[in-house]
Ligand binder design. Structure first.
Ligand SMILES: [Zn+2]
Length: 158
């Protein structure tokens, strides 16, 4: 067993959710005209004898970001990321779009040198803002807070 050391250089997204992400789901409910719940297999209500009907009930269900991102088809824009060096209550998301350069480095056995002298940080942030626009809007919608695009170095080991 070994440890993988990884360094990432580039843009990432942080957000401090003001609410838990939920989606509206539907479930079938069998009830009678008097509002009693009736077993799925029964035709009549066992409490009042009224005929049972099926109705669709909508409810809010808490979901995780991984599920939400995939449901919305946004897995080619962002991915949920975990980091213990970030402020409490803050969530981090990685970028899935290409920056057109090497962003991640396995630093276990080799020394990686990347010349970033001419790198335009503001342009990379703008690229994320444009190409991940749907994902950013989605995060704002489900978190009730505005996501922030940052640019930096993330070093991790696992
Ligand atoms: Zn009833």
């Amino acid at each position: 067993m070994g440890i993988d050391y990884n360094a990432y250089v580039g843009p990432y997204i942080v957000i401090k959710p003001a609410k838990k992400p939920t989606v509206t789901k539907e479930r079938l409910l069998r009830v009678c005209a008097n509002g009693h719940k009736v077993q799925q297999s029964s035709i009549y209500c066992s409490s009042c004898g009224t005929k049972a009907i099926d109705m669709v009930e909508k409810y809010e269900s808490e979901v995780d970001f991984y599920e939400l991102i995939h449901d919305r088809g946004l897995e080619n824009q962002i991915h949920e990321d975990y980091h213990d060096q970030i402020e409490p209550g803050m969530k981090m998301f990685g970028i899935q779009i290409s920056m057109g350069r090497k962003c991640s480095f396995d630093v276990k056995h080799t020394t990686g040198i990347e010349n970033l002298t001419d790198l335009n940080i503001k342009a990379e942030i703008e690229k994320v803002r444009t190409e991940c626009a749907q994902a950013l809007a989605f995060l704002e919608e489900v978190c009730g807070a505005k996501p922030e695009i940052r640019w930096g170095v993330i070093v991790s080991h696992r």
